[in-house]
Every structure is written in structure tokens, then in C-alpha cells.
Design a protein around this ligand. Structure first.
Ligand code: AMP
Ligand code: MG
Length: 346
């Protein structure tokens, strides 16, 4: 069933949706980051359906979504001082914390790990569904595994319809990229996946922060992997993609033109609004992502842009990269995976 809650949550429909969750069914719903495909986290069979629907490897654990901070104690144990500081400052919000798990969380959710990933979404629809379902909700991003995450229902309806019992449409998601995932190791917050909450913000709260070395690198079989999701290809369209990033804007334009020439126009550029008129290319082959100075729009639009570009079936998608600072840090982490680490830098 499709429910349109773009303007407001329908309370009658909310009851239906929450009953579905309690009965072990799957529901797609918005959060402030991306859409999630959710199930009762306490129900092994229900959670199993998520892995099936997404084609997700069973060793990649799920984030458990809670309605508020008081619920954390129900799923996690032995919270340390540093962990509590992170909870106090970044939850609710686009922030996921890996904590020691309580036995109530089934192994299927955590892929057998002794930790559980916890997040409290800051989105009125997500909050309503979690609160009135009365159970924690395990929810990865709503997309087929490996593909770009869903930031609007139009983008994912075709690939997931028929695999879930309800789709709740809350319009375009606010942030557009997934939460920052953090695990505290030896009292230091370690970023396992960058997101809207930046390293700078975490450092300003805890006085320290570290970044897992695999954030910008392919994992190797000998690596210690804190987060199983790091091993897999993510956010990728079917078309080959490449990042173009030059520190100097004139160089950037020069190389955009060079790629257009090299591919004789049979490419799609995902780029900044300001660069569209600087190159000669068919209107629909330049997908504007936002203004150069607005990385919030970049994050918000990137997954839709990738899906749109893929539909054109060009030989290549060239994506304009950004500086790895602030939100740009998370954006470049996603783009490098999208492009399978193929980047042209000057
Ligand atoms: P998503 O598919 O976008 O929901 O991604 C969830 C991310 O959190 C993946 O990268 C998972 O590997 C990671 N994750 C979930 N649970 C854990 C956990 N217990 N320990 C480490 N990473 C986790
Ligand atoms: Mg995902």
C-alpha cells in the first residue's frame, strides 16, 4: 500500500503502518537522511525479509532505530562516558553509535557481532512510526544492495514495490546522505562512515576524533574491519562513473570540456549549477547538483542525480568532486564508492 504523508501524517494510516511493523511486515519510510526499509528489530523473521528484499549480504548488520534516548538502555549495555557524551550531543539526528548489544537484539540484526548500531532519527514521520509501533525498528537504506540510496519515493518505487507491505511517502529527504557511523574505541570516537555530523563537530564535543583508514580506501582481506558495510560496493549506478576534482576552477572547466570531447558528448556530467553554461553539452546531459558554495544541496541531490544519469545510459558519468572538509568529507566518501575509487585529480 502507498501512503502519501507529504503534507501531514495521517493518523488512521499511521495505525495501519504500525500494525504492519508489529506483525513482522516491511515498511518503507522517510528519515531525515535517506528512506529506510524497516522491520521490527526484535523479530528475526521480519528482519530476514529486509535482507531478502534488498539482496543484502547477511554479514552486513543493520542500524536499529529508536524513538528517543530513554530507549537506548533497552537495547545497549555498559555505556561509557564518551559514548554518553556523543548521545547527549548528537541524538536525535543523523548520527549512529555502535554500542555493546543486549541479548534482546537478535543476531540477524547485528550479523552476529556483540555490538548494535543505534540511531534516533529526527524526522516526524520516522519518529511517529517508531513510537507507535512500540518496538525498535531495524532499517537499512531503501534500495537494492549496492545501488544509490533512496531519497525520494519516485526513485525507489519501481525497484522495491511488491517487496514491502507499505510505502510511506514523506517527500524528498532533508539531508540526502546516510548518518555518520561512530564507534568508540579506547575512549576515542572513530568515524566508520562519514555523514552530516562532521569530524570537526565530534572533536569539538569529545576533544578527540579519529577516522577509520578505510573511509577513503578499498578494504583488503588483511584489514581489521570494524564495520562490515565497508567491504561492499555501494551507491553505484550501472553506468561507469568517474570523479573529476581540480583544486583550481579553471582547470576543472578545462577538464570537463576535455571529457566531453573525449566521449564525443556521450556522457552525463553531474556538476555545479555555475558550470552548466561554461560547457557545451545537451541540456539533459548536464545534471545540476546545486551551487558550488552549497554542499547541503549537493548531499540532498546526489543519489537522485546518479539515478537520473544512469537512465540516460551514457558511456560514462563524470561527477564533479568537492574538497574533503565539512560535509564534503562525507560526500567524497560516497562518491569514491560510487566510482569504485576512479578519480581524476589535479
Ligand atoms: P545502511 O545500509 O546504510 O543502513 O548502513 C549501515 C552501516 O552501519 C553499514 O555500513 C553497517 O556495516 C554498519 N553497522 C551496522 N551495525 C554495525 C555494528 N554493530 N558494528 C559496526 N558497523 C555496523
Ligand atoms: Mg545502505
Amino acid at each position: 500500500m502507498y501512503y502519501n504523508w507529504k503534507d501531514r501524517t495521517n493518523t488512521e494510516e499511521l495505525k495501519i503502518v504500525c500494525n504492519l511493523i508489529r506483525n513482522g511486515e516491511l515498511v518503507i519510510f522517510p528519515t531525515e537522511t535517506v528512506y529506510g526499509i524497516g522491520a521490527n528489530a526484535l523479530d528475526t523473521l521480519a528482519v530476514g525479509k529486509i535482507f531478502l528484499a534488498k539482496g543484502r549480504p547477511s554479514d552486513n548488520p543493520l542500524i536499529v532505530h529508536l524513538a528517543d534516548k530513554r530507549k537506548i538502555d533497552e537495547v545497549a549495555d555498559d555505556i561509557t562516558e564518551v559514548e554518553q557524551e556523543l548521545i547527549d550531543n548528537f541524538m536525535p539526528g543523523p548520527f549512529t553509535l555502535i554500542l555493546k548489544k543486549k541479548p534482546i537484539i537478535p543476531d540477524v540484526v547485528t550479523a552476529g557481532l556483540d555490538t548494535v548500531a543505534v540511531r534516533i532519527p529526527n524526522n516526524i514521520i520516522a519518529k511517529g512510526i517508531i513510537t507507535f509501533s512500540g518496538v525498535p525498528i531495524a532499517a537499512p537504506s531503501a534500495n537494492i544492495s549496492g545501488r544509490p540510496s533512496g531519497t525520494s519515493i519516485e526513485d525507489i518505487r519501481k525497484e522495491l514495490e511488491g517487496k514491502v507491505s507499505a510505502i510511506v511517502d514523506g517527500g524528498k529527504t532533508e539531508i540526502g546522505i546516510e548518518s555518520t557511523v561512530v564507534k568508540v574505541v579506547d575512549e576515542v570516537p572513530v568515524i566508520l562512515r562519514p555523514g552530516k555530523v562532521t569530524p570537526e563537530e565530534i572533536k569539538s564535543v569529545c576533544g578527540k576524533v579519529s577516522i577509520d583508514s578505510k573511509v577513503f580506501q578499498r578494504t583488503r582481506s588483511t584489514d581489521v574491519i570494524y564495520s562490515p558495510g565497508m567491504k561492499y560496493r555501494h551507491y553505484a549506478p550501472e553506468t561507469k562513473c568517474k570523479i573529476l576534482y581540480c583544486e583550481n576552477e579553471l582547470d576543472q572547466i578545462f577538464y570537463l570540456k576535455k571529457f566531453i570531447k573525449e566521449y564525443q558528448g556521450n556522457l552525463v556530467i553531474i556538476g555545479f549549477n555555475e558550470h552548466k553554461e561554461k560547457v557545451v553539452l545537451d541540456e539533459d546531459r548536464f545534471i545540476s547538483i546545486g551551487r558550488i558554495d552549497n554542499l547541503n544541496d549537493y548531499a540532498k541531490n546526489i543519489y537522485s542525480a546518479l539515478r537520473k544519469a544512469d537512465k540516460i545510459r551514457p558511456r560514462i558519468i563524470i561527477i564533479e568532486g568537492v574538497k574533503k572538509e565539512g560535509l564534503g568529507f562525507a560526500i567524497m566518501n560516497r562518491l569514491l564508492k560510487t566510482c569504485d575509487y576512479d578519480i581524476f585529480e589535479r
